[in-house]
Design a protein around this ligand. Structure first.
Ligand code: NAD
Length: 490
């Protein structure tokens, strides 16, 4: 199929947006709906049906019913379902990448890479579930047998954001299903098309009715209804800190339900004087402008040792100049639009604040004069630590650069915020690398590169970035609870 055919197929998918409850695809019927907008044009792509309160109850009850049998399937059976779903996703990857790029805005090459990552997550959990070992504990008496097994925790309520419409739902769906849990997932209303395709692959792979339920609607209505529901035993959320805290309070108030919270950060990057500056600037710019900066582990605030500061800013600005900003499906695009108007407004706030503080705006700083939520790749230096762009997760294409004198200062400024998702450093010294690996406060640390998001590695933060991990064997254990059984043999 040509790119043009794939684009029209992707557009067609938005005329069939639906909820999935207890194995049934449900379209608008009597439900209210909201338009899904193309971030590159602000035009409507389709209308998304919103779940009613009765729909949400049905979804939670379906997940509870399905849990009775799904939790008793063998690891080998669950592996087969996950591998069948991932095979279908591979077959459909090109079409889904077009849907993803259209609704979220990222360039097609990034959409393809994201989808590959999502498929790898299904495959990883399919394999990892076969190693779901328990253990025996040496007894205190010869006629006692003591075992620990890992049991699925129960039906899960999952909430995912719009910046990675394939990767974030894949982490939650594949992790929960592998563990023997059922789920009701609410992906972002901005980007429903990709999540619907993930769910379709699971259904077509034979995942039984009620095991995976997909709903959209008014976010707070859905979380309040699902988290209060007695069927739900676990909450997992990826999104902003205030919403994460609110959901954790609800989960505590209604059954002390355990949570996994991935709440973003404001990842610092230390660029030391002994680093390969050309490599560092190129890699940092790529990590800052990927997905137009809307990445929770994005390189976000840059501390550059003063000897190499100017050279770094120059090389970084040249990398920003080399970007081609445009719609995700336009062939030359290397940076797409922001996904919603909220991010566009936030970028103007960061730049205005920097200008008021007499920082230097080397590149960008403006919305692009064309329809769609486009903001120019922006480079700002000379910011103090009290500037908004140094304190708040910018989540957009604004690079905030500051300089530091010695490593102690760099580390202490990098650690000064309450967040701790990812942190990075560039250095050629093994001793500095080790010091940084030990002293930066974050759940994930990258030295001389940014590859921290892998199916096989734990992904999660500390402090206000949340708690719990997705990915790696830790991601499977997020949906399990240990059961200790001791038997006195008679
Ligand atoms: P947000 O927290 O309002 O929305 C993120 C997701 O959470 C969306 O899908 C939204 O539908 C959902 N959500 C919002 N309120 C909810 C509620 N009461 N119950 C259940 N789900 C709810 O964030 P936003 O306005 O879209 O973005 C603002 C900031 O959030 C960003 O600047 C960024 O800092 C952070 N963010 C982080 C991530 C991440 O990957 N950790 C992703 C998106 C946004």
């Amino acid at each position: 199929m040509t790119d043009r055919d794939l684009s029209s197929e992707a557009r067609l998918a938005f005329s069939r947006l639906a909820l999935l409850i207890d194995g049934q695809w449900l379209d608008a019927q009597q439900r209210r709906g909201e338009p899904v907008l193309d971030p590159a044009s602000e035009d409507a792509l389709g209308v998304l049906p919103y779940a009613t309160l009765a729909d949400l109850d049905r979804a939670a009850e379906a997940a509870q019913r399905a849990f009775q049998s799904w939790s008793r399937t063998t690891a080998t059976e669950r592996r087969k379902y996950l591998l069948a779903a991932s095979a279908l996703l591979r077959e459909r990857a090109e079409k889904i990448a077009h849907i993803l790029s259209l609704e979220q805005g990222k360039p097609l090459a990034e959409a393809r890479a994201e989808l590959t990552g999502a498929i790898e997550i299904f495959e990883w959990y399919a394999e990892e579930v076969r190693r779901l070992y328990g253990r025996t504990i040496p007894p205190r008496a010869p006629n006692v047998l003591q075992t620990v097994s890992h049991e699925p925790i129960g039906p899960v309520a999952a909430f995912t954001p719009w910046n990675f419409p394939a990767l974030t739902p894949a982490r939650k769906i594949a992790g929960a299903l592998a563990a023997g849990c059922t789920l009701v997932i609410k992906p972002a209303e901005e980007t429903p098309g990709t999540a619907i395709e993930l769910a379709r692959a699971c259904v077509d792979a034979g995942v039984p009715e009620g095991v995976l339920n997909l709903v959209f609607g008014v976010p707070h209505e859905i979380s309040e209804t699902l988290i209060r529901h007695s069927a739900i035993r676990k909450v997992t959320f990826t999104g902003s800190i205030p919403v994460g805290k609110h959901l954790a309070e609800l989960a505590a108030a209604h059954g002390l339900k355990p949570c996994t919270l991935e709440l973003g950060g404001h990842a610092p990057v230390l660029v030391c004087a002994d680093a390969d500056i050309a490599h560092a600037a190129q890699a940092c710019a790529a990590a800052r402008y990927r997905n137009a900066g809307q990445v929770c582990v994005a390189a976000s605030r840059f501390y550059v040792q003063h000897e190499v500061h100017d050279a770094f800013v120059e090389a970084f600005s040249a990398a920003a100049d080399a970007l081609t900003v445009g719609g995700g499906l336009e062939a030359e695009t290397t940076m797409g639009p922001l996904t919603n108007q909220r991010r566009l407004d936030a970028m103007s706030r960061y730049v205005n604040d920097a200008r008021e503080r007499n920082a230097q705006v080397h590149r960008g700083g403006e919305r692009l004069a064309r329809p769609g939520w486009f903001f120019a790749p922006t480079v700002i230096s000379g910011l103090g630590d009290d500037a908004l762009a140094m304190r708040e997760e910018t989540f957009g294409p604004v690079a905030a650069i500051s300089s530091f004198d010695d490593l102690d200062e760099g580390i202490s400024r990098a650690n000064a915020l309450p967040y701790g998702l990812a942190a990075y450093a560039f250095t050629r010294s093994a001793r500095t690398s080790e010091r940084i690996a030990r002293d930066l406060r974050a759940g994930m640390i990258g030295i001389n590169h940014f590859a921290v998001s892998l199916a096989e590695a734990p992904f999660g933060g500390v402090g206000e970035s949340g708690y719990g991990s997705e990915g790696g064997s830790e991601g499977l254990h997020a949906y399990l609870t240990p059961r200790f059984v001791t038997r006195l043999l008679m």
